[in-house]
Design a protein around this ligand. Structure first.
Ligand code: ZN
Length: 159
């Protein structure tokens, strides 16, 4: 099922998200999130973006499909990587964001299998972007005040 995506300005995008415990509803939410992400041509989607304030996000790029539950970034590389990022909650906005080139992460998948692994480049970037979402942070928060104001004007046109 394709769900509506919450846009910038919605308070749910800024709320604290809660830890998930094993329950059957999660699979339904995950399936709906994948339907929604693919429909809107995203490469990642976090639960708060569909109005669920829980520690869950998904990644889908090329043939890679990852469900991330209760994640933690354990270690960040010193090396940075810069790329233009977009966000389904900030339509038509693409900005250069500095991220860490690789990260060591811990999370559970939809089968509740625990993963500890290192992610590089694009996967590292998407993971950090979605991890921000479940911490109530958006890519706009990384920008200078001047740039933020410019974007806010653009975003106001959405309403
Ligand atoms: Zn986003």
């Amino acid at each position: 099922m394709i769900l509506p995506i919450l846009l910038y300005g919605n308070k749910k995008l800024r709320k604290k998200n809660i830890k998930i415990y094993n329950n059957k509803n999660i699979i339904k939410i995950i399936n709906n999130m994948f339907d929604t992400m693919y429909f809107y041509k995203g490469i990642g989607l976090a639960a708060p973006q569909i109005g669920k304030n829980i520690n869950l996000f998904i990644i889908g790029i090329k043939n890679i499909k990852i469900t991330v539950i209760n994640p933690k970034i354990i270690k960040y590389s010193k090396k940075n990587i810069i790329s233009k990022e977009g966000c389904l909650s900030l339509p038509n906005i693409y900005e250069k964001i500095v991220r860490k080139e690789n990260i060591l992460v811990k999370y559970y998948d939809y089968k509740w299998k625990k993963h500890i692994k290192k992610l590089y480049n694009i996967l590292s970037i998407i993971f950090q972007h979605e991890y921000d979402h479940i911490n109530g942070k958006l890519l706009i928060d990384y920008l200078s005040k001047k740039k933020k104001n410019k974007i806010k004007k653009k975003l106001n046109l959405l309403y």
